[in-house]
Write a protein that binds this ligand. Structure first.
Ligand code: ATP
Ligand code: MG
Length: 334
């Protein structure tokens, strides 16, 4: 069981409060992702859950038990960091075994758990190598293996893939998702990466300056962001936010339309503009258009290739079914 409840959890460093009192519920078996700008408190929150940081106020319950004053080792949680922190002089087998050796577990049980973790992580053939003889992705898998053998109630990941190159990241993302399906253990995962958040999470927690802006499934956040901050943060390229007369027409302070919900034409449309930059990715084209009133530039995403270039005149029409409306406080209007 790995149910984690944060009740009015607060964290200050000296006079500076980085997390004002916050409530959060993480259900057993859930994959929860924390996202938010740099410095918003993602790592701090994870470290509070792990017990690596003392809370200023509030309470953390794990499986209904008060864990607030439990030391990290007693919380039955396993943390995996961005830097894998493996012991370079030990083999993969010894690295994975390390927490079990420290706990004085009997050898047969250790061997059993190492074999099972190695199998789950495709490391069986690498058990006798040292970290220096492994790729970045393999090293990160060893770090995860060391967490798995502890059979934790929950895994806590702090940007575990950000040291890997793009291709490896995609591979490891799938592997961690599959591991979650296989183990069905609670995972709390911090990332900067939009795609990781959208594809891995059951539930995304969007943070800004230590405050939870919204909690929801990836598609809930995509379809109905509860304020302008979440609207701009979830989705890539970002949602276009439009102020002024265009918004007033829709009885809103600000309207929002995602790049994939704007149609482009070279002959007619609601808004006229001039192409600033056209990014041709092959699979998609991102066009940044100047001259749309209240939104400069407006970004448009077109599937596939479209032959537009800097300086071209284009006409844009939003799909009104996908229009978002926000009030003067930046809150979503129904
Ligand atoms: N030991 C500390 N002493 C003082 N301030 C700290 C300490 N640790 C973190 N902070 C501050 O707390 C805030 C939150 O930091 P945290 O590391 O949790 O951010 P983050 O969301 O993980 O950022 P990033 O995405 O850059 O990793 C930051 O403003 C940071 O400067
Ligand atoms: Mg961090």
């Amino acid at each position: 069981m790995g149910r984690i409840q944060l009740k009015q959890v607060k964290k200050s460093f000296g006079d500076v409060t980085v997390i004002p009192p916050l409530d959060l519920e993480i259900n057993d078996g859930e994959f929860v992702v924390f996202v938010g700008p740099s410095g918003c408190g993602k790592s701090t929150l994870l470290r509070l859950i792990a017990g690596l940081e003392d809370m200023t106020d509030g309470k953390i319950e794990i499986d209904g038990q008060d864990a607030t004053s439990l030391p990290p080792a007693k919380r039955k949680l396993a943390m995996v960091f961005q830097s894998y922190a493996l012991y370079p002089h030990m083999t993969v087998r010894k690295n994975i075994a390390f927490p079990m050796r420290m706990a004085g577990m009997d050898q047969a049980e250790q061997d059993k758990r190492i074999a099972s973790a190695a199998k789950a992580l495709n490391l069986t053939d690498y058990l006798d190598r040292r970290p220096g003889q492994l790729s970045g992705g393999q090293r990160q898998r060893v770090a995860i293996g060391r967490a798995i053998v502890r059979e934790p109630e929950a895994f806590l990941f702090d940007e575990p893939l950000s040291n890997l190159d793009a291709a490896l990241r995609v591979g490891m993302r799938m592997e961690i998702s599959e591991l979650h399906k296989k183990l069905a253990t609670t995972m709390v995962y911090v990332t900067h990466d939009q795609v990781e958040a959208m594809t891995m999470a059951d539930k995304i927690v969007v943070l800004q300056a230590g405050v939870i802006e919204q909690v929801g499934s990836p598609l809930e956040l995509y379809r109905a962001p509860r304020n302008k901050f979440v609207a701009g943060f979830i989705g890539s390229p970002k949602m276009n936010l439009i102020e002024g007369a265009e918004a007033t027409k829709h009885n809103a302070q600000t309207i929002g339309i995602r790049p994939e919900h704007v149609e482009v034409s070279t002959t007619d449309g609601l808004w006229q503009g001039t192409v600033g930059v056209a990014e041709h990715l092959g699979s998609d084209t991102f066009i940044h258009v100047h001259g749309v009133p209240g939104c400069d530039p407006m970004t448009v995403r077109v599937g596939g290739e479209i032959p537009v270039t800097h300086g071209d005149t284009v006409f844009l029409t939003p799909n009104l079914q996908h229009l978002h409306r926000f009030d003067a406080e930046g809150l979503r209007l129904a």
